[in-house]
Design a protein around this ligand. Structure first.
Ligand SMILES: [Zn+2]
Length: 145
């Protein structure tokens, strides 16, 4: 749950500050990676992401689960950015995980109730996975989930 919330927060920060959309990701308790549609990154990219992400996490953004009608979800810019349109058409009510003020996406997962509960996150590695695809690997300081 902490790792999952950390990933959503990461997605929100990288979108807000770098304008990059998520292209993929994977997670296990305590460790995760996320890929972003991003061209050149600086040497300091990983360190900057880590600093900003941790600064945001300690602000204690609440996480809320909301349900939206599909038509409504398809007009929400954050949900569009996180590809709500890929949800099968028969799904009429979309479950949304809202880290209020930081990230908002259609998601079926379980999350901690506040970003404060995530604890400190390290950016373990950044890798280039192609011209416009960069991977960020994160680790939670205390890997108990
Ligand atoms: Zn999720």
């Amino acid at each position: 749950m902490r790792t999952h919330t950390a990933l959503h927060a990461l997605s929100g920060v990288v979108y807000r500050d770098w304008g990059a959309k998520v292209t993929g990701g994977n997670m296990e308790p305590g460790v995760a990676r996320m890929d972003f549609e991003l061209e050149g990154i600086s040497q300091e990219f990983g360190r900057q992401v880590e600093e900003i992400l941790n600064r945001e996490l300690v602000r204690g953004y609440p996480t809320e689960i909301v349900y939206l009608a599909r038509e409504q979800a398809l007009t929400d810019p954050d949900l569009i950015r996180t590809k709500v349109n890929l949800i099968p058409e028969w799904v009429e009510e979309i479950r949304v995980v809202d880290i209020v003020g930081l990230d908002r996406q259609a998601d079926g997962g379980t999350h901690v109730r506040s970003t404060l509960e995530v604890g400190r996150v390290r950016v373990a590695k950044t890798e280039s996975k192609g011209r416009a695809n960069k991977r960020i690997r994160i680790e939670l300081d205390d890997a108990v989930d």
